[in-house]
Design a protein around this ligand. Structure first.
Ligand code: 89V
Length: 346
């Protein structure tokens, strides 16, 4: 199959992982890099043998739009819409990092722009591709705990996330956009769509602008109630970053995804005897991954593989722009709920 040619827009922190993750896959060729600071793009070009570098996006598109199949936007959220518009106007398919946009209106407009331009639009939402979350989902789908009715999805840590991504400290809306985009997407992936939610947020760290703690209680269409908790202010006995920990209760058992990618599955037999067994769902360890982020970085490869299959007409992408709009809707419903101290009906 012919390789799809693409350009990366934005060579900041996340490109260190997104680019090598792409290069793990057959079927793609990275042709050009854009970054507003040219020297940063040049460093990446040297490291990954990319032939063309630009600090002017129009120039990149003028010179390469004809040969490119898609662009991968890895910039900060504020420029996602701008670059999506420019690529769509040239007829290029678009992959964009999460969160799709700073607000729901912009996210909707991005989806519509791509639909009008007749290009495919995907969000690089990788958390649902994490090995332990996939294993948990497979266990739930197997029916081993019966109908799930209650869940807790946690992303709580004291990891100094601002050291690697200082712009996160400047966001007026922080944890629900940065981590909530992932956590609430994981809730949708595991349990389906929501009908209402109630949220509360707090800022503990005085050195940042946005909130660093959020609680979201979500009612799912299936009848399950899900508590999603996120925090970067949690000094815990066992640091969990960047693991998402999950506990699900069903009518015939429970599954806990705990530290170290362990699934603990408890079931009860007809005689009423309970049994707990342990399974491990350890992610791939790639040499380019930062060990502090390993489970996240390995999921980038699986997310890219899924998007590439769709781009090549071999499969169905999970995290299309249309699908991800539902996650963006939850994120902003959670902000509205916290601001108004009200349940939001979706
Ligand atoms: O994946 C992310 O969005 C990153 C991190 C894992 C630190 O949250 O910002």
């Amino acid at each position: 199959m012919q390789k799809l040619k693409f350009a990366v827009i934005g060579t900041g922190f996340w490109a260190n992982y997104q680019i090598p993750a792409w290069l793990m896959l057959d079927g793609v060729e990275l042709v050009a890099l854009y970054n507003r600071t040219r020297s940063k793009a040049e460093e990446f070009a040297r490291q990954f043998a990319v032939p063309h570098v630009y600090d002017n996006i129009n120039e990149l598109l003028d010179r390469h739009a004809d040969e490119l199949d898609f662009v991968d936007i890895i910039t900060d959220v504020d420029t996602h819409a701008l670059f999506t518009d420019k690529a769509a106007a040239r007829g290029l398919d678009v992959i964009c990092q999460k969160p799709m946009a700073p607000n729901l209106e912009t996210a909707r407009a991005m989806v519509e722009t791509c639909q009008r331009a007749g290009v495919r639009f995907y969000i690089h939402e990788n958390f649902r591709w994490q090995t332990p979350l996939r294993a948990l989902k497979a266990r739930l789908d197997s029916g081993i705990i019966g109908r799930p009715f209650k869940a807790r999805v946690s992303f709580c840590s004291a990891f100094p996330v601002f050291d690697n991504q200082p712009f996160l400290a400047e966001l007026d809306q922080f944890i629900l956009t940065d981590i909530g985009s992932h956590t609430l997407d994981v809730c949708r992936f595991l349990f389906g769509e929501a009908t209402s939610l109630y949220s509360q947020t707090t800022r503990v760290n005085p050195a940042i602008k946005g909130e660093d703690v959020a609680h979201v209680l979500i009612q799912m269409r299936s009848g399950l109630t899900c508590y999603a908790e996120m925090s970067y202010a949690s000094i815990l006995e066992q640091e969990a970053f960047p693991q998402t920990l999950v506990a699900v209760e069903g009518e015939t058992g429970s599954i806990v995804l705990t530290h170290g990618f362990e699934l603990r599955i408890t079931t009860r037999d007809a005689a009423g005897k309970t049994e707990t067994r342990s399974e491990n769902a350890v992610p791939m360890a790639y040499p380019w991954a930062d060990p502090a982020y390993a489970v996240v970085h390995s999921s980038i490869v699986d997310c890219n593989r899924n998007l590439l299959a769709d781009l090549q007409g071999r499969g169905q992408a999970e995290t299309t722009g249309v699908d991800n709009l539902e996650t963006v809707r939850l994120v902003h419903a959670a902000y509205d709920s916290a601001a108004r101290n009200e349940v939001i009906h979706l």
